[in-house]
Design a protein around this ligand. Structure first.
Ligand SMILES: N[C@@H](CCC(=O)N[C@@H](CS)C(=O)NCC(=O)O)C(=O)O
Length: 202
C-alpha cells in the first residue's frame, strides 16, 4: 500500500498540481491516487475534508491535508525543502505570487465551467462569465509580458501550467492568440516537465 493517498479526479486542474509536483520531486511512487467525486454525498471525501474539495491528501497516520497549496508545501518538505518553494524571501514570494496567479486563473476557469455546466442558457449569467473571463485575460496578459522561468519548476510554474492546461481541456479559449511568449513558454514547459503528459486531464 502506498504511503499517501491523493483524493482527486483525473480531470481536476487543482488535483493536477500535486500530481505534477510529485513527478517533479520523484515522489509519485509513494502516492496512490484514489478517485474522488465531490458531487457524491456518499464519497468519503466529505469526511476527509469538510469542504468536500479535491485535492485532499491522506497521510499514513490518518491526517488529511488540503488544499493544493498546502499539499505542494508538504511535498516540498518531504523532498528536503526549497525544491518547489525557495527559502530566500525574494524568490519565495515571487514563487508564491506566481502560484496565486495560476490558482486565480484556475478559480475563474472552474467558476466559468460550473456556470455553463449547471445553468441552462436562460439562467446563465453572461455578466458573471465575462467578469471571470476578465480576470483570466488580465492574468494571462501579465504572464505573456513576463513569462515564468524557462529552467525552474516551482509552485508558480506548476500552477500556471495546470491553469493553461485546463483552459485547453475544458474552456477551449484561444488564449494563445496575441500571447506568443506565454504560448511558447507553455510548449517548452510541456516538453521539459516530468509527468506533464502522464498528468494531463482526461
Ligand atoms: N483552493 C483549492 C481549490 C480546489 C478546488 O476548487 N477544487 C475543485 C475541483 S477542480 C473542487 O473540489 N470543487 C468542488 C467544490 O468546490 O465543491 C485548492 O487549491 O486545492
Amino acid at each position: 500500500m502506498a504511503e499517501m493517498i491523493l483524493r482527486t479526479s483525473l480531470t481536476s486542474p487543482f488535483g493536477r498540481k500535486p500530481r505534477l509536483a510529485a513527478a517533479v520531486l520523484g515522489l509519485s511512487e509513494r502516492i496512490e491516487v484514489v478517485p474522488a467525486d465531490f458531487f457524491d454525498e456518499a464519497d468519503s471525501l466529505r469526511t476527509q475534508n469538510p469542504l468536500g474539495k479535491i485535492p485532499t491528501l491522506l497521510l499514513a497516520d490518518g491526517t488529511a491535508l488540503y488544499d493544493s497549496r498546502v499539499i505542494l508545501e508538504y511535498f516540498d518538505h518531504l523532498a528536503g525543502g526549497g525544491r518547489l518553494i525557495p527559502a530566500g524571501p525574494a524568490a519565495r514570494f515571487a514563487a508564491l505570487k506566481l502560484q496565486a496567479i495560476g490558482d486565480g486563473i484556475l478559480d475563474a476557469s472552474v467558476l466559468r465551467r460550473l456556470e455553463t455546466l449547471f445553468r441552462e442558457a436562460p439562467q446563465r449569467s453572461e455578466r458573471w462569465l465575462a467578469y471571470q473571463a476578465g480576470k483570466m485575460g488580465r492574468a494571462l496578459d501579465l504572464l505573456d509580458a513576463a513569462p515564468p522561468s524557462e529552467s525552474d519548476i516551482l509552485v508558480g510554474e506548476i500552477a500556471v501550467a495546470c491553469g493553461l492546461g485546463f483552459i485547453d481541456f475544458r474552456l477551449g479559449d484561444d488564449w494563445r492568440a496575441g500571447r506568443p511568449r506565454l504560448a511558447g513558454w507553455f510548449e517548452r514547459f510541456a516538453g521539459r516537465c516530468p509527468g506533464f503528459d502522464a498528468t494531463a486531464p482526461r
